[in-house]
Write a protein that binds this ligand. Structure first.
Ligand code: NAP
Length: 490
């Protein structure tokens, strides 16, 4: 069985613990790799290497840094199909979605590489004569990246690419369920010419290896994507050292369907949003808030469509829905189905774990008669479970949409422009789609959420660079005399 080592100071390194953990295919339960588990010393060496590499890397002109990213982007493109197959084998999502995951990594690599010739600051007039003012962007320093398993290459790439072009050096800790995709990405960047120490990779339990990164005084910022619970913990710990933290956390994303909507289009969107990636997307549509006038016809059509889904190995072309990631996720979903039933919601479809293969499969599940106060309508389940809620008006639908603690993505299906604009204005979310599902972010636009979904940062788009840079304001006085701002002004 292939063993995968840590990547520290440009070398694939055996772990100091001498221990490995198993990487399992969630569809078949086959072992696909043994992963070296980092010790505290390994994490320390990874951080030290990143610190050592910082001076040279941050002094390298950004267009030169970007050249490496352009090469990596081309390699990712050349290896897209092979990487997509590894991704499905490791994470379970169906192959066409795995290709999308890899494509996001390619897109962000090219996009961030282009930033090498931008990284724009501002110039602005001074209030005083013979004085020049500008801002420029500086890297933050050594940055810790901690990522989840549901987008095993896209999310690490979303962080790594902009962070590198901005001149930071990095320590990455990927999710323990999907480390191989990060390993493949790091291999490509190393082959593309990244100098040693600039990007280091450590694997192991979040509570130990992730926590060691968060606690290191040499780490100046943490970029984290994962659950609300872990995010809160990281934010609290990092605050003690005044580290910068960016958090991309959970969602409980609503689709509103108005009585004037194109119903078939809405159903396509609900199916994609609720059951794509087996519901394991932070932007998954887990609540559908339907105008009461069309509720019964929507419900009937939706159930008919979802009933036909084929569960199985994502590598096979006829599979609609792949497995969930692991057994604890399977148990969590089953627990929420029981909670929903006990709360009085009506289970219309699914609700059980099934075994088309030995792995972790859960039937596409639809609840109706769900009220906004039920836990299944408020808490993130992160599986193929969707709740239908009824609303008598757009105002009521928006009230329900906003009644949860998360605010990542949202959507409305309506043919009425007024409804669409009201939704854009009033829904509390970082993203609102009109006549499209809650999923489908493009890498050149900001991505992130409000309320407990995050702490105000946005990834990707122009904001990708903001996350990984500090602004420096520069004043150049060429008057040859002491000039006092605010004071020398008549
Ligand atoms: P998670 O359990 O919070 O884990 C995320 C990462 O944090 C993993 O690498 C994990 O390591 C690590 N970790 C766990 N405890 C830690 C600690 N105490 N200190 C430092 N690191 C720690 O989340 P997940 O189950 O992997 O991912 C699912 C969640 O991610 C969902 O809530 C989903 O909505 C959210 N998500 C959000 C976005 C977004 O952009 N908003 C995107 C995707 C996913 P181990 O794997 O070793 O436990």
């Amino acid at each position: 069985m292939q063993e995968y080592k840590l990547f520290i100071n440009g070398e694939w390194t055996e772990s100091g613990t001498g221990e490995t953990f198993d990487d399992i295919n969630p569809a078949t339960l086959e072992l696909i790799g043994k992963i070296h588990k980092a010790s505290d010393e390994d994490v320390k060496s990874a951080i030290d290497s990143a610190q050592e590499a910082f001076d040279a890397w941050s002094s390298t002109p950004a267009p030169q840094r970007a050249k490496i990213l352009f090469s990596a982007a081309r390699m990712l493109e050349e290896r897209k199909e092979e990487l997509s197959r590894i991704l499905t084998t490791e994470m379970g999502k169906v192959l066409k979605e795995a290709r999308g995951d890899v494509q996001e990594a390619i897109d962000i690599a090219y996009y961030a590489a282009g930033e090498g010739r931008r990284l724009f600051g501002e110039t602005t007039p001074s209030e005083l004569p013979d004085k020049f003012c500008m801002t420029l962007r500086r890297p933050i320093g050594v940055v810790g990246l901690i990522t989840p398993w549901n987008f095993p290459i896209a999310i690490p790439a979303w962080k790594i690419m902009p962070a590198l072009v901005a001149g930071n050096t990095l320590v990455l800790k990927p999710a323990s369920d999907t480390p191989i995709m990060s390993i493949e990405l790091v291999k490509i960047l190393a082959e593309a010419g990244l100098p040693k120490g600039v990007l280091n990779l450590v694997m192991g339990e979040g509570g130990i290896v992730g926590s060691a990164i968060v606690h290191s005084k040499k780490i100046r910022a943490i970029s984290f994507t994962g659950s609300l619970e872990t995010g809160k913990q990281i934010l609290g710990e990092a605050a003690k050292d005044m580290k910068r933290v960016s958090l991309e956390l959970g969602g409980k994303n609503p689709i509103i369907v108005m009585d004037d909507a194109n119903l078939d289009l809405a159903i396509d969107g609900i199916i994609w949003g609720a059951f794509g990636t087996t519901g394991q997307r932070c932007t998954a549509a887990s609540r559908v808030i339907v105008h009461e006038k069309i509720l019964s016809s929507l419900q009937k059509k939706l159930i008919e469509r979802a009933r036909k889904f084929r569960l199985g190995n994502g590598l096979l072309g006829n599979t609609d829905v792949g497995p969930v990631i692991n057994s604890s996720q399977l148990q969590k979903i089953a627990k929420y189905v029981e909670i929903g039933k006990n709360e009085g919601a009506r289970l219309e479809l699914g609700g059980k774990a099934v075994k088309p293969l030995p792995g972790y499969f859960f039937e596409p599940t639809i609840f109706t008669d769900v009220s906004p106060d039920m836990r299944i309508a408020r808490e993130e389940i992160f599986g193929p479970v969707v709740s239908l809620l009824s609303a008598g008006s757009l105002d009521e639908a928006i009230l329900i949409a906003n009644s949860v603690e998360y605010g990542l993505s949202s959507s409305i299906y309506t043919e009425n422009l007024k409804n669409a604009f009201k939704a854009i204005e009033k829904i509390e979310a970082g993203i609102t789609y009109i006549n499209a599902s809650t999923i489908g972010a493009e890498i050149h636009l900001p991505f992130g959420g409000v309320k407990s979904t995050g702490n105000g940062t946005r990834e990707a788009g122009t904001t990708a660079i903001e996350e990984f840079t500090e602004l420096k304001t520069v004043y150049i006085d060429y008057s040859g005399k002491l000039q006092k701002a605010q004071i020398d002004i008549e």
